[in-house]
Design a protein around this ligand. Structure first.
Ligand code: MG
Length: 504
Protein backbone atom coordinates (compact mmCIF):
# COMPACT_ATOMS: atom_id res chain seq x y z
CA UNK A 1 0.00 0.00 0.00
CA UNK A 2 2.96 2.25 0.64
CA UNK A 3 3.95 1.33 -2.87
CA UNK A 4 0.56 2.44 -4.15
CA UNK A 5 1.11 5.95 -2.82
CA UNK A 6 4.66 6.07 -4.26
CA UNK A 7 3.32 5.09 -7.65
CA UNK A 8 0.58 7.69 -7.51
CA UNK A 9 3.14 10.39 -6.74
CA UNK A 10 5.34 9.13 -9.57
CA UNK A 11 2.43 9.32 -11.97
CA UNK A 12 1.72 12.88 -10.93
CA UNK A 13 5.26 14.06 -11.47
CA UNK A 14 5.60 12.37 -14.84
CA UNK A 15 2.13 13.57 -15.78
CA UNK A 16 1.39 10.54 -17.90
CA UNK A 17 -2.12 9.13 -18.15
CA UNK A 18 -0.72 5.80 -19.31
CA UNK A 19 1.26 5.43 -16.15
CA UNK A 20 -1.83 6.14 -14.12
CA UNK A 21 -3.89 3.60 -15.97
CA UNK A 22 -1.21 0.95 -15.71
CA UNK A 23 -0.94 1.67 -12.04
CA UNK A 24 -4.66 1.16 -11.43
CA UNK A 25 -4.63 -2.03 -13.52
CA UNK A 26 -1.75 -3.38 -11.49
CA UNK A 27 -3.51 -2.38 -8.30
CA UNK A 28 -6.71 -4.09 -9.37
CA UNK A 29 -4.85 -7.23 -10.35
CA UNK A 30 -3.03 -7.25 -7.06
CA UNK A 31 -6.35 -6.97 -5.23
CA UNK A 32 -7.82 -9.83 -7.29
CA UNK A 33 -4.83 -12.05 -6.53
CA UNK A 34 -5.19 -11.21 -2.87
CA UNK A 35 -8.93 -12.05 -2.91
CA UNK A 36 -8.29 -15.34 -4.69
CA UNK A 37 -5.56 -16.28 -2.26
CA UNK A 38 -7.76 -15.52 0.77
CA UNK A 39 -10.66 -17.51 -0.68
CA UNK A 40 -8.45 -20.51 -1.40
CA UNK A 41 -7.08 -20.45 2.13
CA UNK A 42 -10.57 -20.17 3.55
CA UNK A 43 -11.80 -23.09 1.50
CA UNK A 44 -8.86 -25.28 2.33
CA UNK A 45 -9.45 -24.63 5.98
CA UNK A 46 -13.15 -25.41 5.76
CA UNK A 47 -12.78 -28.68 3.91
CA UNK A 48 -12.78 -27.40 0.31
CA UNK A 49 -16.01 -26.69 -1.50
CA UNK A 50 -16.00 -25.88 -5.20
CA UNK A 51 -16.88 -22.54 -6.68
CA UNK A 52 -20.06 -21.53 -8.39
CA UNK A 53 -19.92 -18.82 -11.06
CA UNK A 54 -21.78 -16.34 -8.93
CA UNK A 55 -19.30 -16.49 -6.06
CA UNK A 56 -16.48 -15.75 -8.53
CA UNK A 57 -18.37 -12.65 -9.64
CA UNK A 58 -18.73 -11.73 -6.03
CA UNK A 59 -14.97 -12.14 -5.50
CA UNK A 60 -14.20 -9.94 -8.49
CA UNK A 61 -16.53 -7.25 -7.26
CA UNK A 62 -14.86 -7.39 -3.85
CA UNK A 63 -11.42 -7.08 -5.45
CA UNK A 64 -12.61 -4.05 -7.48
CA UNK A 65 -13.91 -2.45 -4.32
CA UNK A 66 -10.67 -3.20 -2.47
CA UNK A 67 -8.53 -1.72 -5.23
CA UNK A 68 -10.51 1.47 -5.56
CA UNK A 69 -11.24 2.12 -1.90
CA UNK A 70 -9.70 5.04 -0.12
CA UNK A 71 -6.69 4.18 1.96
CA UNK A 72 -5.15 5.49 5.13
CA UNK A 73 -2.76 8.32 4.38
CA UNK A 74 0.80 7.26 4.99
CA UNK A 75 3.20 9.59 6.74
CA UNK A 76 5.32 11.49 4.26
CA UNK A 77 9.00 12.08 4.97
CA UNK A 78 8.40 15.74 5.76
CA UNK A 79 5.84 14.75 8.38
CA UNK A 80 8.25 12.25 9.90
CA UNK A 81 10.93 14.92 10.11
CA UNK A 82 8.33 17.22 11.64
CA UNK A 83 7.50 14.75 14.40
CA UNK A 84 11.20 14.24 15.10
CA UNK A 85 11.70 18.01 15.34
CA UNK A 86 8.79 18.33 17.76
CA UNK A 87 10.28 15.51 19.82
CA UNK A 88 13.53 17.50 20.06
CA UNK A 89 11.81 20.24 22.00
CA UNK A 90 11.12 17.84 24.90
CA UNK A 91 14.57 17.16 26.38
CA UNK A 92 13.39 14.88 29.22
CA UNK A 93 11.68 12.69 26.67
CA UNK A 94 14.76 12.66 24.46
CA UNK A 95 16.66 11.21 27.39
CA UNK A 96 14.12 8.40 27.69
CA UNK A 97 14.26 7.80 23.96
CA UNK A 98 18.04 7.60 24.00
CA UNK A 99 17.96 5.25 26.96
CA UNK A 100 15.42 3.05 25.21
CA UNK A 101 17.42 2.95 21.99
CA UNK A 102 20.73 2.19 23.66
CA UNK A 103 19.75 -0.45 26.21
CA UNK A 104 18.81 -3.97 25.21
CA UNK A 105 15.60 -5.46 26.63
CA UNK A 106 15.72 -7.55 29.76
CA UNK A 107 16.63 -11.04 28.62
CA UNK A 108 16.56 -12.65 32.04
CA UNK A 109 13.05 -14.12 31.62
CA UNK A 110 13.64 -14.95 28.00
CA UNK A 111 16.59 -17.24 28.73
CA UNK A 112 14.56 -19.57 30.95
CA UNK A 113 11.74 -20.16 28.47
CA UNK A 114 11.64 -23.04 26.09
CA UNK A 115 9.31 -24.98 23.81
CA UNK A 116 5.68 -23.83 23.62
CA UNK A 117 6.15 -21.19 26.29
CA UNK A 118 9.01 -19.62 24.33
CA UNK A 119 6.75 -19.67 21.27
CA UNK A 120 3.98 -17.82 23.15
CA UNK A 121 6.29 -14.99 24.15
CA UNK A 122 7.89 -14.82 20.69
CA UNK A 123 4.54 -14.54 18.91
CA UNK A 124 3.31 -12.04 21.52
CA UNK A 125 6.29 -9.80 20.70
CA UNK A 126 5.24 -9.94 17.06
CA UNK A 127 1.50 -9.28 17.46
CA UNK A 128 1.87 -6.64 20.16
CA UNK A 129 5.24 -5.13 20.85
CA UNK A 130 4.00 -2.74 23.50
CA UNK A 131 2.06 -5.42 25.39
CA UNK A 132 5.07 -7.74 25.22
CA UNK A 133 7.12 -4.99 26.84
CA UNK A 134 4.82 -4.36 29.81
CA UNK A 135 4.17 -8.04 30.46
CA UNK A 136 7.87 -8.67 31.14
CA UNK A 137 7.60 -6.47 34.20
CA UNK A 138 4.89 -8.67 35.78
CA UNK A 139 5.46 -11.07 38.67
CA UNK A 140 6.45 -14.68 37.91
CA UNK A 141 3.04 -16.09 38.92
CA UNK A 142 1.20 -13.89 36.41
CA UNK A 143 3.51 -13.40 33.44
CA UNK A 144 2.77 -16.61 31.54
CA UNK A 145 -0.96 -16.87 32.42
CA UNK A 146 -1.54 -13.32 31.21
CA UNK A 147 0.49 -13.91 28.06
CA UNK A 148 -1.73 -16.92 27.30
CA UNK A 149 -4.90 -14.98 28.18
CA UNK A 150 -3.87 -12.23 25.76
CA UNK A 151 -2.99 -14.65 22.92
CA UNK A 152 -6.27 -16.57 23.23
CA UNK A 153 -8.29 -13.34 23.03
CA UNK A 154 -6.08 -12.04 20.22
CA UNK A 155 -6.84 -15.23 18.25
CA UNK A 156 -10.56 -14.79 18.90
CA UNK A 157 -10.34 -11.16 17.79
CA UNK A 158 -8.53 -12.20 14.60
CA UNK A 159 -11.57 -14.30 13.70
CA UNK A 160 -13.88 -11.39 14.55
CA UNK A 161 -11.84 -8.97 12.44
CA UNK A 162 -11.64 -11.13 9.32
CA UNK A 163 -14.11 -9.53 6.95
CA UNK A 164 -13.75 -12.36 4.42
CA UNK A 165 -15.54 -14.90 6.58
CA UNK A 166 -19.26 -14.92 5.70
CA UNK A 167 -21.36 -13.67 8.63
CA UNK A 168 -23.26 -16.86 9.36
CA UNK A 169 -20.07 -18.89 9.35
CA UNK A 170 -18.35 -16.31 11.55
CA UNK A 171 -21.13 -16.55 14.14
CA UNK A 172 -20.66 -20.33 14.28
CA UNK A 173 -16.87 -19.96 14.56
CA UNK A 174 -17.12 -17.41 17.37
CA UNK A 175 -19.71 -19.42 19.30
CA UNK A 176 -17.54 -22.53 19.20
CA UNK A 177 -14.25 -20.77 19.82
CA UNK A 178 -13.98 -21.39 23.57
CA UNK A 179 -14.48 -25.13 23.03
CA UNK A 180 -11.21 -25.17 21.07
CA UNK A 181 -9.41 -24.60 24.35
CA UNK A 182 -10.33 -28.14 25.43
CA UNK A 183 -8.17 -29.87 22.87
CA UNK A 184 -4.72 -28.65 21.85
CA UNK A 185 -4.42 -31.20 19.05
CA UNK A 186 -7.47 -30.07 17.08
CA UNK A 187 -7.89 -26.48 18.22
CA UNK A 188 -6.58 -24.91 15.00
CA UNK A 189 -8.96 -26.80 12.70
CA UNK A 190 -10.48 -24.35 10.24
CA UNK A 191 -8.35 -21.47 11.51
CA UNK A 192 -5.45 -21.88 9.12
CA UNK A 193 -5.20 -18.92 6.74
CA UNK A 194 -7.25 -16.52 8.84
CA UNK A 195 -5.59 -13.25 9.83
CA UNK A 196 -4.51 -9.93 8.30
CA UNK A 197 -0.78 -10.44 8.70
CA UNK A 198 1.65 -13.33 8.68
CA UNK A 199 2.04 -13.02 12.46
CA UNK A 200 -1.70 -13.41 13.13
CA UNK A 201 -1.85 -16.30 10.68
CA UNK A 202 1.02 -17.96 12.50
CA UNK A 203 -0.71 -17.51 15.86
CA UNK A 204 -3.83 -19.25 14.57
CA UNK A 205 -1.90 -21.98 12.81
CA UNK A 206 0.11 -22.81 15.92
CA UNK A 207 -2.74 -22.14 18.34
CA UNK A 208 -2.28 -25.60 19.83
CA UNK A 209 1.00 -24.45 21.37
CA UNK A 210 -0.82 -21.68 23.24
CA UNK A 211 -3.39 -24.20 24.49
CA UNK A 212 -0.57 -26.52 25.60
CA UNK A 213 0.82 -23.77 27.81
CA UNK A 214 -2.65 -22.97 29.12
CA UNK A 215 -2.94 -26.56 30.38
CA UNK A 216 0.09 -25.97 32.63
CA UNK A 217 -1.62 -23.05 34.40
CA UNK A 218 -3.54 -23.26 37.70
CA UNK A 219 -7.16 -24.40 37.50
CA UNK A 220 -8.32 -20.97 38.60
CA UNK A 221 -6.38 -19.24 35.80
CA UNK A 222 -7.57 -21.73 33.20
CA UNK A 223 -11.14 -21.17 34.28
CA UNK A 224 -10.77 -17.42 33.84
CA UNK A 225 -9.41 -17.81 30.29
CA UNK A 226 -12.20 -20.24 29.33
CA UNK A 227 -14.97 -18.18 30.89
CA UNK A 228 -13.92 -14.79 29.52
CA UNK A 229 -13.28 -16.21 26.04
CA UNK A 230 -16.79 -17.67 26.02
CA UNK A 231 -18.40 -14.46 27.22
CA UNK A 232 -16.44 -12.27 24.81
CA UNK A 233 -17.23 -14.53 21.85
CA UNK A 234 -20.95 -14.55 22.73
CA UNK A 235 -20.83 -10.76 22.88
CA UNK A 236 -19.02 -10.49 19.53
CA UNK A 237 -21.68 -12.67 17.90
CA UNK A 238 -24.26 -9.97 18.67
CA UNK A 239 -22.26 -7.50 16.56
CA UNK A 240 -21.43 -9.68 13.54
CA UNK A 241 -22.70 -8.06 10.35
CA UNK A 242 -23.55 -4.77 12.04
CA UNK A 243 -22.30 -1.96 9.86
CA UNK A 244 -22.55 0.63 12.58
CA UNK A 245 -23.46 1.06 16.21
CA UNK A 246 -26.80 2.74 16.77
CA UNK A 247 -27.19 3.74 20.39
CA UNK A 248 -24.78 4.84 23.05
CA UNK A 249 -25.86 1.79 25.09
CA UNK A 250 -24.79 -0.42 22.20
CA UNK A 251 -21.42 1.35 22.14
CA UNK A 252 -20.97 0.61 25.82
CA UNK A 253 -22.01 -3.00 25.32
CA UNK A 254 -19.46 -3.48 22.58
CA UNK A 255 -16.72 -1.91 24.70
CA UNK A 256 -17.75 -4.15 27.60
CA UNK A 257 -17.45 -7.32 25.52
CA UNK A 258 -14.14 -6.60 23.87
CA UNK A 259 -12.36 -4.69 26.66
CA UNK A 260 -14.36 -4.59 29.90
CA UNK A 261 -14.28 -8.38 30.06
CA UNK A 262 -10.49 -8.32 29.71
CA UNK A 263 -10.31 -6.08 32.76
CA UNK A 264 -12.66 -8.39 34.66
CA UNK A 265 -10.60 -11.45 33.71
CA UNK A 266 -7.34 -9.81 34.74
CA UNK A 267 -8.74 -8.92 38.17
CA UNK A 268 -9.93 -12.50 38.63
CA UNK A 269 -6.42 -13.67 37.80
CA UNK A 270 -4.93 -11.21 40.27
CA UNK A 271 -7.41 -12.42 42.91
CA UNK A 272 -6.13 -15.97 42.70
CA UNK A 273 -2.40 -15.25 42.88
CA UNK A 274 -0.11 -14.42 45.70
CA UNK A 275 1.15 -11.16 44.16
CA UNK A 276 -2.29 -9.63 44.75
CA UNK A 277 -5.03 -11.63 46.43
CA UNK A 278 -8.71 -12.00 47.28
CA UNK A 279 -9.31 -8.23 47.61
CA UNK A 280 -9.24 -8.10 43.77
CA UNK A 281 -12.19 -10.46 43.54
CA UNK A 282 -14.95 -8.33 45.04
CA UNK A 283 -18.05 -7.15 43.23
CA UNK A 284 -16.93 -3.52 43.45
CA UNK A 285 -13.53 -4.34 41.92
CA UNK A 286 -15.28 -6.23 39.13
CA UNK A 287 -17.28 -3.14 38.21
CA UNK A 288 -14.16 -0.97 38.35
CA UNK A 289 -12.25 -3.46 36.16
CA UNK A 290 -14.96 -3.19 33.54
CA UNK A 291 -14.59 0.60 33.51
CA UNK A 292 -10.79 0.31 33.18
CA UNK A 293 -11.43 -1.60 29.95
CA UNK A 294 -14.09 0.84 28.78
CA UNK A 295 -11.69 3.76 29.26
CA UNK A 296 -9.07 2.14 27.00
CA UNK A 297 -11.55 0.93 24.39
CA UNK A 298 -13.41 4.22 24.11
CA UNK A 299 -10.10 6.00 23.64
CA UNK A 300 -9.10 3.57 20.89
CA UNK A 301 -12.44 3.77 19.07
CA UNK A 302 -12.30 7.56 19.21
CA UNK A 303 -8.73 7.60 17.89
CA UNK A 304 -9.34 5.03 15.13
CA UNK A 305 -12.16 7.01 13.47
CA UNK A 306 -10.53 7.35 10.05
CA UNK A 307 -9.19 3.82 9.83
CA UNK A 308 -12.53 2.29 10.81
CA UNK A 309 -14.56 4.54 8.52
CA UNK A 310 -12.31 3.69 5.55
CA UNK A 311 -12.69 0.00 6.33
CA UNK A 312 -16.45 0.43 6.35
CA UNK A 313 -16.84 -0.40 10.07
CA UNK A 314 -17.40 2.87 11.85
CA UNK A 315 -17.62 2.29 15.60
CA UNK A 316 -18.68 5.79 16.63
CA UNK A 317 -22.31 5.44 17.81
CA UNK A 318 -24.99 6.98 15.64
CA UNK A 319 -26.80 8.40 18.64
CA UNK A 320 -23.75 10.64 19.14
CA UNK A 321 -22.61 11.51 15.61
CA UNK A 322 -26.11 12.14 14.29
CA UNK A 323 -26.29 15.17 16.58
CA UNK A 324 -23.26 16.67 14.84
CA UNK A 325 -23.31 15.77 11.13
CA UNK A 326 -25.21 18.10 8.77
CA UNK A 327 -28.86 17.14 8.25
CA UNK A 328 -29.26 13.75 6.60
CA UNK A 329 -25.52 13.07 6.65
CA UNK A 330 -23.54 10.03 7.69
CA UNK A 331 -20.54 9.54 10.00
CA UNK A 332 -18.17 9.53 7.00
CA UNK A 333 -19.13 13.15 6.30
CA UNK A 334 -17.26 14.33 9.37
CA UNK A 335 -13.94 14.01 7.53
CA UNK A 336 -15.13 16.11 4.60
CA UNK A 337 -14.06 19.69 4.00
CA UNK A 338 -16.44 22.22 5.48
CA UNK A 339 -17.52 19.92 8.34
CA UNK A 340 -14.55 20.64 10.60
CA UNK A 341 -16.58 22.27 13.33
CA UNK A 342 -19.14 19.47 13.44
CA UNK A 343 -16.33 16.92 13.43
CA UNK A 344 -14.59 18.49 16.40
CA UNK A 345 -17.91 18.82 18.26
CA UNK A 346 -18.51 15.10 17.84
CA UNK A 347 -14.92 14.26 18.79
CA UNK A 348 -15.22 16.32 21.97
CA UNK A 349 -18.42 14.57 23.00
CA UNK A 350 -16.74 11.17 22.63
CA UNK A 351 -13.67 12.36 24.53
CA UNK A 352 -15.86 13.62 27.37
CA UNK A 353 -17.66 10.27 27.36
CA UNK A 354 -14.34 8.43 27.67
CA UNK A 355 -13.03 10.77 30.37
CA UNK A 356 -16.01 9.95 32.57
CA UNK A 357 -14.45 6.53 33.31
CA UNK A 358 -11.14 8.07 34.48
CA UNK A 359 -11.98 8.56 38.19
CA UNK A 360 -13.02 4.90 38.38
CA UNK A 361 -9.72 3.88 36.83
CA UNK A 362 -7.90 5.79 39.55
CA UNK A 363 -10.06 4.07 42.14
CA UNK A 364 -9.24 0.64 40.64
CA UNK A 365 -5.52 1.27 40.63
CA UNK A 366 -5.69 2.36 44.25
CA UNK A 367 -6.71 -1.20 45.22
CA UNK A 368 -3.55 -2.78 43.80
CA UNK A 369 -0.86 -3.75 46.29
CA UNK A 370 1.92 -5.19 44.17
CA UNK A 371 4.06 -2.59 42.40
CA UNK A 372 4.69 -4.81 39.34
CA UNK A 373 1.01 -5.54 38.89
CA UNK A 374 0.37 -1.84 39.41
CA UNK A 375 2.75 -0.79 36.62
CA UNK A 376 1.23 -3.39 34.30
CA UNK A 377 -2.25 -1.91 34.82
CA UNK A 378 -1.20 1.73 34.93
CA UNK A 379 0.85 1.98 31.72
CA UNK A 380 -2.07 1.57 29.28
CA UNK A 381 -4.14 3.95 31.43
CA UNK A 382 -1.65 6.82 31.32
CA UNK A 383 -1.18 6.24 27.57
CA UNK A 384 -4.95 6.53 27.13
CA UNK A 385 -5.33 9.82 28.97
CA UNK A 386 -2.28 11.23 27.14
CA UNK A 387 -3.88 10.17 23.84
CA UNK A 388 -7.18 11.86 24.78
CA UNK A 389 -5.27 15.08 25.54
CA UNK A 390 -3.43 14.82 22.21
CA UNK A 391 -6.71 14.30 20.33
CA UNK A 392 -8.68 17.08 21.98
CA UNK A 393 -9.36 19.86 19.48
CA UNK A 394 -7.11 18.07 16.99
CA UNK A 395 -8.55 17.75 13.50
CA UNK A 396 -5.78 15.25 12.75
CA UNK A 397 -8.15 12.53 14.03
CA UNK A 398 -10.12 12.98 10.77
CA UNK A 399 -7.12 12.98 8.43
CA UNK A 400 -4.76 10.38 9.88
CA UNK A 401 -3.69 8.63 13.09
CA UNK A 402 -3.08 10.77 16.15
CA UNK A 403 -0.37 9.29 18.33
CA UNK A 404 1.56 10.55 21.30
CA UNK A 405 5.28 11.23 20.85
CA UNK A 406 7.37 8.13 21.36
CA UNK A 407 9.55 9.89 23.92
CA UNK A 408 6.44 10.89 25.88
CA UNK A 409 5.20 7.30 25.82
CA UNK A 410 8.50 6.09 27.23
CA UNK A 411 8.59 8.80 29.85
CA UNK A 412 5.06 7.89 30.99
CA UNK A 413 6.00 4.21 31.19
CA UNK A 414 8.92 5.14 33.36
CA UNK A 415 6.84 7.37 35.64
CA UNK A 416 3.66 5.29 36.09
CA UNK A 417 4.99 3.31 39.03
CA UNK A 418 2.92 4.47 41.99
CA UNK A 419 -0.65 5.60 42.54
CA UNK A 420 0.43 9.13 43.46
CA UNK A 421 2.52 9.42 40.30
CA UNK A 422 -0.34 8.16 38.13
CA UNK A 423 -2.80 10.54 39.77
CA UNK A 424 -0.39 13.38 39.00
CA UNK A 425 -0.17 12.29 35.37
CA UNK A 426 -3.99 12.11 35.11
CA UNK A 427 -4.29 15.61 36.57
CA UNK A 428 -1.59 16.99 34.29
CA UNK A 429 -3.43 15.83 31.14
CA UNK A 430 -6.82 16.81 32.56
CA UNK A 431 -5.53 20.36 33.03
CA UNK A 432 -4.08 20.29 29.52
CA UNK A 433 -7.49 19.37 28.09
CA UNK A 434 -9.31 21.90 30.28
CA UNK A 435 -7.06 24.57 28.86
CA UNK A 436 -8.19 23.68 25.33
CA UNK A 437 -11.96 23.55 26.02
CA UNK A 438 -13.88 26.20 24.10
CA UNK A 439 -16.86 27.29 26.23
CA UNK A 440 -19.00 27.37 23.07
CA UNK A 441 -18.37 23.73 22.33
CA UNK A 442 -21.61 21.73 22.71
CA UNK A 443 -19.94 19.37 25.22
CA UNK A 444 -17.94 22.01 27.07
CA UNK A 445 -19.80 21.58 30.35
CA UNK A 446 -19.79 17.81 30.20
CA UNK A 447 -16.05 17.82 29.48
CA UNK A 448 -15.20 20.24 32.28
CA UNK A 449 -17.38 18.28 34.69
CA UNK A 450 -15.54 15.06 33.81
CA UNK A 451 -12.15 16.78 34.08
CA UNK A 452 -12.93 18.26 37.48
CA UNK A 453 -13.70 14.78 38.80
CA UNK A 454 -10.12 13.88 37.91
CA UNK A 455 -8.47 17.09 39.05
CA UNK A 456 -10.31 17.19 42.42
CA UNK A 457 -10.27 13.42 42.76
CA UNK A 458 -12.19 11.83 45.55
CA UNK A 459 -13.06 8.15 45.88
CA UNK A 460 -16.26 7.51 43.83
CA UNK A 461 -19.16 6.37 46.03
CA UNK A 462 -21.16 4.47 43.46
CA UNK A 463 -19.63 2.41 40.66
CA UNK A 464 -21.89 2.05 37.62
CA UNK A 465 -22.42 -1.28 35.86
CA UNK A 466 -21.90 -0.31 32.26
CA UNK A 467 -22.55 -2.47 29.23
CA UNK A 468 -23.21 -5.51 31.35
CA UNK A 469 -26.96 -5.53 31.19
CA UNK A 470 -28.46 -8.80 29.99
CA UNK A 471 -31.11 -8.40 27.25
CA UNK A 472 -33.90 -9.08 29.78
CA UNK A 473 -32.53 -6.50 32.19
CA UNK A 474 -32.16 -3.97 29.38
CA UNK A 475 -35.74 -4.62 28.30
CA UNK A 476 -37.01 -4.17 31.85
CA UNK A 477 -35.08 -0.91 32.12
CA UNK A 478 -36.49 0.39 28.84
CA UNK A 479 -40.02 -0.58 29.98
CA UNK A 480 -39.57 1.29 33.23
CA UNK A 481 -38.41 4.42 31.41
CA UNK A 482 -41.34 4.29 29.00
CA UNK A 483 -43.82 3.71 31.84
CA UNK A 484 -42.50 6.81 33.58
CA UNK A 485 -42.99 8.80 30.38
CA UNK A 486 -46.52 7.45 29.97
CA UNK A 487 -47.39 8.39 33.58
CA UNK A 488 -46.04 11.87 33.03
CA UNK A 489 -47.96 12.33 29.78
CA UNK A 490 -51.17 11.03 31.39
CA UNK A 491 -50.86 13.61 34.14
CA UNK A 492 -50.31 16.37 31.58
CA UNK A 493 -53.32 15.17 29.62
CA UNK A 494 -55.50 15.23 32.74
CA UNK A 495 -54.33 18.74 33.53
CA UNK A 496 -55.06 19.90 29.99
CA UNK A 497 -58.55 18.30 30.08
CA UNK A 498 -59.29 20.04 33.34
CA UNK A 499 -58.26 23.41 31.87
CA UNK A 500 -60.42 22.78 28.83
CA UNK A 501 -63.44 22.05 31.04
CA UNK A 502 -62.88 25.24 32.99
CA UNK A 503 -62.86 27.25 29.73
CA UNK A 504 -66.03 25.55 28.44
MG1 MG B 1 -12.00 -6.96 16.66
Amino acid sequence: MGLGLGLALGAMSIGSAWFGQRQSREKLKKAMKEEARKQIMLEMSSGGTTFSGSSLDELQARAMAAATKEQMPKKSLSKKVGSFMSQLSYPDEMWQLAKYLTTSPNNKNKATREGDEAYCFAVLAKVSRSFAMVIEGLTDDLRTPICVFYLVLRALDTVEDDMDIPNERKKVMLTGFADRLNDAASCNEGLVGIGDTEDYKDLLKQFGRVVNVMKTMSDAHQKVVMDITKRMADGMVKFVGKESLETHAEYENYCHYVAGLVGIGLSQMFASTESEGAHMGTEKVERLSNLMGLFLQKTNITRDYLEDVLEGRPWWPKEVWSKHVPQGGVVKDLKECGNEKAALGCLHELIADALEQAPFCLSYMKQLKNENVFAFCAVPQVMAIATLAEMYNNYGVFTGVVKIRKGLALLLMEQAKSWDAVKKIFIKFALEIEDKVDPNDPSAMRTIFALRKIIDYSEPQKVPRKGTLEPEEAKAEAKLLLQKEVDHLEKELDAAKEKLEQLA
